[in-house]
Design a protein around this ligand. Structure first.
Ligand SMILES: Nc1ncnc2c1ncn2[C@@H]1O[C@H](COP(=O)(O)OP(=O)(O)OP(=O)(O)O)[C@@H](O)[C@H]1O
Ligand SMILES: Nc1nc2c(c(=O)[nH]1)N=C(CO)CN2
Length: 161
């Protein structure tokens, strides 16, 4: 079994329902073992859009990295994600953050996710479910100390898939 971490985000429609639906679909091929709280996060990149709802999740899967990417993209398609603006609004985004300790770089897939260390909306939920993870030789907490700009609020109530 492969140990994988995901970041999920939504800022269109019923964002909480979108994330729960994506987790339900994900669980068809991934055993979802841990899910963070919901975090309301200020948009990073393209600013003129609603705040996002973000979570992190840990899973176990027998899929290969490429199969997993195909699968997460099929979830995005099923949930009718339409790509328009780069970094813009989306009903659902499912990013693969980590796949075991693998380093992967192909045309379609880069793992660890290339922008994860710059994004508090990724690292704050990830820290909640895996505080002991070491990324690029440093604890998540240490990476977060350098990222103070983004506004993030933990939503009350647990995200149970
Ligand atoms: N670790 C990864 N997880 C998900 N997609 C990845 C990953 N590495 C590379 N990709 C590629 O990134 C492409 C663009 O993904 P996507 O449209 O979700 O980007 P985005 O969400 O707009 O921006 P970002 O990648 O910065 O979150 C995908 O088609 C996929 O092939
Ligand atoms: N707060 C927040 N900002 C973003 C997000 C996201 O999930 N949350 N996703 C983006 C593209 O992947 C761009 N900007």
């Amino acid at each position: 079994m492969n140990r994988v971490f995901f970041s999920l985000g939504s800022n269109l429609g019923d964002t909480e329902a979108n994330i729960k639906e994506a987790l339900r679909l994900l669980s068809e091929k991934v055993r979802v073992v841990r899910v963070s709280s919901f975090y309301e996060t200020e948009p990073v990149g393209y600013k003129d859009q609603p705040w996002f709802l973000n979570i992190a999740a840990e899973g176990a899967t027998s899929l290969s990295p490429e199969e997993l990417l195909q699968f997460t993209q099929s979830i995005e398609r099923q949930m009718k994600r339409v790509k328009t603006i780069v970094n813009g609004p989306r009903s659902i985004d499912v990013d693969i953050l980590l796949f075991n300790d693998d380093m992967i770089k192909t045309e379609t897939l880069t793992i660890p996710h290339p922008r994860m260390l710059e994004r508090a909306f990724v690292l704050v939920p990830l820290y909640e479910i895996a505080p002991g993870l070491i990324l690029d030789g440093r604890y998540i907490k240490d990476h977060l100390d350098g990222l103070k700009g983004e506004k993030i609020r933990k939503r009350l109530g647990q995200c149970s898939a």
